[in-house]
Design a protein around this ligand. Structure first.
Ligand SMILES: [Mg+2]
Length: 231
């Protein structure tokens, strides 16, 4: 392919940093750490129940029905209730443990490092993330990929989240790039892809779980290794 791009902007969570697997790792540690085997027979039951409840509570949170602080422990309280364990204090402790330990995890999406290594030097690479600065920096440093990126743009600092055009404009400006010579890669259709489309920046939709959709997209990949061919 003709070298059109000079700058590549990556999303972090679920694009490079394997949010779902890292979460499962922490949940599995929680199962051991808090002796949950007394109530729950197998770790995978704990994890799958948590994931369903967490999803439901996130929907409530997004719709402004519950506060973030409430979400933290409530998702564990409700998970424990499913196994006949009514213990709010334990749920609080687990909620704190989860939030503190999650960013320390280091599982990346398959081929993340190989791809970054392949692109390194050929392109300038950057991150645009809606996550909190403190947390995202821990993830980047602990998983040893921070050095690949020229700049990390945090929605927190810009004051708006993806897909707001302002965060893309600031990112482009900060990188000394143009929308034309830049490419956005991310897993979130709304935040990453629509955001890029609004500022007329090319994008690649990373659909790791091969979910069916009828989104209007430029290009889709299901594995980061496909980038070896494209870039
Ligand atoms: Mg993401």
């Amino acid at each position: 392919m003709e070298r059109k791009y000079e700058h590549i902007f990556f999303d972090l969570d679920r694009t490079l940093w394997h949010f779902d697997e890292n979460s499962r790792k922490v949940l599995s540690d929680i199962y051991d750490e808090f002796d949950l085997n007394e109530n729950i027979e197998v770790t995978s039951d704990f994890i799958s129940t948590y994931e369903i409840i967490n999803e439901e509570l996130w929907t409530l949170y997004r719709n402004g029905k519950i506060a973030k602080e409430q979400l933290r422990s409530e998702r564990f309280h409700q998970t424990l209730l499913k196994f006949n364990c009514n213990n709010e204090l334990l749920a609080d402790k687990i909620g704190d443990y989860y939030v503190n330990h999650s960013p320390l995890q280091t599982i990346l999406l398959p081929f993340a490092v190989d791809v970054l290594e392949h692109l390194n030097g050929k392109y300038q690479m950057h991150i645009i993330t809606n996550g909190f600065e403190e947390i995202q920096l821990i993830k980047l440093n602990n998983s040893k990929i921070a050095h690949y990126f020229n700049q990390v743009i945090f929605s927190e600092k810009v004051g708006v989240k993806k897909p707001h055009p302002l965060i893309f404009k600031q990112a482009i400006k900060g990188a000394g790039a143009t929308f034309k010579n830049s490419l956005m890669i991310g897993d979130d259709y709304y935040a990453d892809i629509c955001g890029a489309q609004r500022v007329k920046m090319d994008s690649i939709y990373f659909n790791f779980y091969k979910e069916e959709h009828n989104y209007k997209i430029d290009r889709e990949i299901n594995c980061l290794s496909e980038l070896f061919e494209i870039l």
